[in-house]
Design a protein around this ligand. Structure first.
Ligand code: GCU
Length: 436
């Protein structure tokens, strides 16, 4: 009798310990001295150990290899562009912004007919100088949140209860214009760019719901018949970041179709989780001419191996749907990852990329974001572009942007946000690379 009792006690004890461990609040490390020793994978060495010394080998071997590694171990694989993709213009107002711009709202249908899911793209296009280059970015709270313009359609899809005017996961009129400070439409239009944006929840609602809705409800392999209904989700199936990035590519499909936009000069940008998304979109879709990451942090620009601030384990714990299932294997095990995030930046080369950090945004590891840009540099150089104009592994002086190369970077005063300072640098950087 004693033995089974002891075993039972031991099991109960272990269970209790397990629960205690799982329930332990996450204590982020913010001490550089406590960062574990790590070696970054070399973007210019193939998996078989061969050095990449010319642009051709980068293009035909290493780049495709890295895309595959990120798909398999981090973000997941997206489906192809849907053949049935078609568009409908819902609104066209040529006298927007005091007659300087046209407001256009376009519905992007992903399947035959007009049943969902569809994506609603809002555009403000300067009336002069067309076709114009454009910024494309996803928004957190619906197109109607980016400007107080009452003619912007109110998004009726599910929304996280974050932000003013969202009640029971639905937007109300009170949420109009609540994100306007992050979207300086007049300033962008004045500088000769169109601003184009979509709500990220149109593509995939940002909640861990086992991928039952959004575009997953139509394009997941169990739905398309590529897998049987009861089959488990493959460990490399697309997580939400890959899904949102795929949605950005569908918006670019539309922009290619709009005569007022110069689709070969589109900058994709995003903040925070949507900055992770813009980086992945810019990495895989080479049609994006410029990529901007605003405070993207863990799973975005920040190096995973530094494990300072937010870590892989923590992000997978709180946001398990953002990445593929394989990524879970790297919880507290970052050095086993065959890639790190500087290689995500390198995938954008030779196209320009801008990484932005904020001093108070320590959760996103500003230094790790800078180092990713720094360690992507050899690829930019190999491809014959100037890369990052810095020889130092230290971030530049606060509020002094590095914006003359093909990799831009700044560390701004202040918190996790998108500000006019950020936009000023993006516009300057775009002037350098996207203006004719
Ligand atoms: C959380 C998350 C970050 C993310 C941010 C955001 O803070 O931990 O990884 O970038 O949300 O998207 O707002």
């Amino acid at each position: 009798m004693i033995k089974p009792l002891m075993r039972l006690t031991a099991i109960l004890l272990l269970c209790a310990m397990g629960t205690a461990l799982a329930d332990e609040p996450f204590e982020p490390n913010y001490d550089e001295a406590k960062i574990p020793e790590y070696t970054l994978p070399d973007p210019l060495v193939l998996q078989d150990g061969t050095a990449v010394t010319d642009a051709e080998t980068w293009k035909t071997k290493r780049r495709p290899e890295l895309v595959k590694l990120f798909e398999e171990h981090v973000y997941g694989r997206p489906p192809a562009k849907p053949e049935a993709l078609h568009f409908e213009t819902l609104d066209n107002e040529p006298q927007a912004l005091d007659g300087t711009a046209t407001r256009r709202q376009v519905r992007i249908y992903l399947t035959e007919g007009s049943d969902g899911p569809f994506l609603d793209l809002l555009m403000y296009i300067p009336n002069e100088g067309r076709p114009v280059p454009a910024f494309l970015g996803l928004n957190f709270n619906g197109n109607h949140s980016i400007a107080a313009d009452p003619n912007i359609r109110l998004n009726m899809n599910w929304m996280r209860d974050k932000g003013a005017g969202i009640v029971d996961n639905k937007a109300t009129d009170d949420s109009r214009g609540t994100s306007a400070s992050r979207w300086p439409v007049e300033m962008i239009v004045k500088r000769g760019y169109a601003l184009t944006t979509m709500y990220y929840g149109d593509i995939d609602p940002d909640t861990d719901d086992n991928f039952q809705n959004g575009v997953h409800a139509v394009f997941d392999k169990q739905v398309t018949g590529e897998l049987a209904e009861g089959d488990p989700r493959p460990t490399d199936a697309w997580g939400s970041i890959a899904t949102w990035a795929w949605g950005l590519s569908r918006a670019l499909d539309y922009l290619e179709h709009d005569a007022d936009i110069e689709a070969t000069r589109v900058a994709v940008l995003g903040h925070s989780r949507l900055g992770k998304t813009s980086l992945w979109a810019g990495a895989v879709d080479e049609r994006f001419a410029l990529t901007i990451s605003n405070d993207s942090g863990c799973g975005g620009a920040a190096l995973s191996r530094r494990a300072i601030g937010e870590t892989v384990a923590r992000i997978n714990d709180v946001f398990p749907h953002w990445f593929n299932d394989k990524f879970q294997e790297y919880n507290n095990n970052e050095s086993a990852l065959p890639v790190d995030q500087h290689e995500l930046i390198a995938l954008i080369a030779p196209r320009p990329v801008y990484v932005a950090s904020a001093v108070e945004d320590t959760w996103a590891d500003p230094r790790g974001e800078f180092l990713s840009a720094y360690y992507a540099n050899p690829v930019y150089k190999l491809l014959g572009t100037p890369g990052l104009p810095s020889e130092s592994t230290d971030p530049p002086t606060v509020d002094e942007p590095l914006k003359t190369g093909t990799i831009g970077y700044h560390l701004r005063t202040g918190k996790h946000d998108v500000t006019t300072f950020d936009w000023t640098q993006y516009l300057d950087f775009a002037d350098l690379h996207l203006k004719k």
